[in-house]
Design a protein around this ligand. Structure first.
Ligand code: NAD
Length: 439
């Protein structure tokens, strides 16, 4: 099939490459010339495992091209809208200007029978509004909402082998034929038995924000338990193991630590609350305000712990921060807890030396006042305190004995409960972690 992908960021670039991998003819369009120029050279404009190889492979077949020309989408039968929906500057709501601009630019290029497929995460009601614009411009075109559930770090696998696909379609024949076209697009994953849910627009849009709200709530739940553990001397990791054995609860997403960040969960739960407010059902989601607040308190707690460990103040003290991305296997620093904590420490007068395997450049662009070095060893040199804030495997695998030789004082705060306390203490380190006692 001939497909266009509008917006080639973390979602769109991966989607475009994966659709080409599935055998489709794909044109990726983005307004960001630097991003498109990198993609035209088959270079991934961000870190995503497996994406560089996939780009090289699919572009060599001639099935995948990229352009900054809005007219390049012409001729495609299916247009995936993958542009950003960040938090608005002055409110919790989603900033819809990119989606609106993308759809407006697409309208003149639509042909009879085309499908416009929304993948961006949007406030419920958006699809209904855009559908009117699409049919007004081209009565033979149909809008579908097909939310995306990929995880950065696993984006290629998640796109090629999704755990479910959701189609929000209009009622009647138009909806049925739209679902049939999407079945053709996703023929390969569907043939693997991927569950497929065909529903209305509102449900499809809500599925995505409901899923992210649940995940955020699960993380904040265990982090609330961490606050209780800190107040009582209990151990949140053992508590999570114990409750996680209950299959109704499950152990995944129950890792206490510095909490969630990134370009999705924080802005999605806030936009969901803002939308519920508009719909007059704000009480239904008021708990998400607490989920957000618990998440924010973990960052403050990390700063307090650093102050405590350094005798009350971080001013003038050399602190190594391991990790800048919001999670391992990504270079995404949007709303990154690690970057947030590092920034607060620097504001309090600490000398912060940061390192991340992939996100140094992105973090430096946002926080030029922080110092960045290539490796954990460089960061540890002369440090009075180390903070592990993003659990990259290479940090988890650090040798506490070798690292102890580099630092000024062997003192570490584990913001992700990712290290083995016994091994670090045996190597002479003072080890503390969020949600766990001193010993
Ligand atoms: P992103 O910022 O990485 O990418 C958005 C891209 O859209 C950018 O490259 C930007 O230049 C481009 N763009 C903006 N306006 C445009 C226009 N008018 N025409 C063409 N391109 C335009 O964002 P992202 O992380 O890829 O997220 C995109 C959407 O997907 C968001 O709604 C997000 O919530 C959702 N989503 C993201 C993920 C994820 O893991 N990143 C997962 C699921 C859903």
């Amino acid at each position: 099939m001939h497909i266009s992908v509008i917006g080639c960021g973390y979602l769109g670039a991966v989607h475009a490459a994966c659709m080409a991998q599935l055998g489709h003819q794909v044109t990726g369009f983005d307004v960001d010339a630097a991003k498109i120029s990198a993609l035209q050279r088959a270079e991934a404009p961000f870190f995503e495992p497996g994406l560089p190889d996939l780009l090289a492979e699919t572009m060599a077949t001639g099935r995948l091209t990229f352009s900054t020309d809005p007219a390049s989408v012409q001729g495609a039968a299916v247009h995936f809208v993958c542009v950003g929906t960040p938090q608005a500057e002055n409110s919790n709501a989603a900033d819809m200007t990119y989606v609106d601009a993308a759809v407006t630019a697409l309208l003149p290029h639509l042909a009879d029978g085309d499908l416009v497929v929304g993948k961006s995460t949007v406030p419920v009601g958006t699809a209904e509004r855009l559908a009117e614009q699409v049919t007004a411009a081209q009565p033979g075109a149909t809008l579908v909402w097909n939310p995306e559930f990929l995880r950065e770090g696993f984006a290629v696998k998640d796109t090629l082998h999704p755990d479910r696909v959701v189609y929000g379609v209009p009622e009647g024949a138009a909806g049925e034929s739209a679902a049939a076209v999407l079945d053709e697009v996703y023929a390969a994953p569907l043939s693997e038995g991927t569950p497929r849910i065909v529903t209305d627009y509102a449900t499809a849009q809500l599925v995505k924000v409901a899923a992210n709200s649940f995940l955020a709530t699960k993380i904040s739940f265990i982090n609330a338990m961490a606050e209780l553990c800190e107040a009582t001397g209990a151990d949140v990791t053992q508590l999570a193991d114990a409750i996680g054995h209950d299959a109704r609860i499950g152990r995944r997403f129950l890792n206490a630590g510095l909490g969630f960040g990134g370009g999705c969960l924080p802005k999605d739960i806030r936009a969901f609350m803002a939308r519920a407010d508009e719909l007059g059902v704000d009480q239904a989601l008021s708990f998400l305000g607490e989920v957000d607040a618990i998440n924010g308190r973990r960052r403050e707690r990390m700063v307090t712990l650093a102050e405590e460990e350094l005798g009350g103040s971080v001013k003038g003290r050399r602190i190594a921060v391991l990790g800048a991305s919001f999670k391992p296997n990504s270079d995404d620093v949007r709303d990154s807890p690690a970057l947030d904590v590092a920034t607060k420490l620097e504001e309090l007068g600490a000398q912060v030396i940061m390192t991340d395997p992939e996100a140094n450049a992105n973090a430096k662009a946002r926080r030029p006042q922080l110092a960045f070095v290539p490796s954990a060893q460089d960061a540890a040199e002369g440090a009075e305190l180390i903070l592990l804030l993003t659990e990259w495997q290479e940090f988890v695998d650090l040798d506490p004995e070798a690292l102890a030789d580099l630092v000024d004082t062997p003192r570490i705060l584990d913001g992700r409960n990712a290290l083995d306390p016994a091994a670090w203490r045996a190597a002479g380190w003072t080890y503390r972690a969020l949600g766990r006692g001193k010993h």
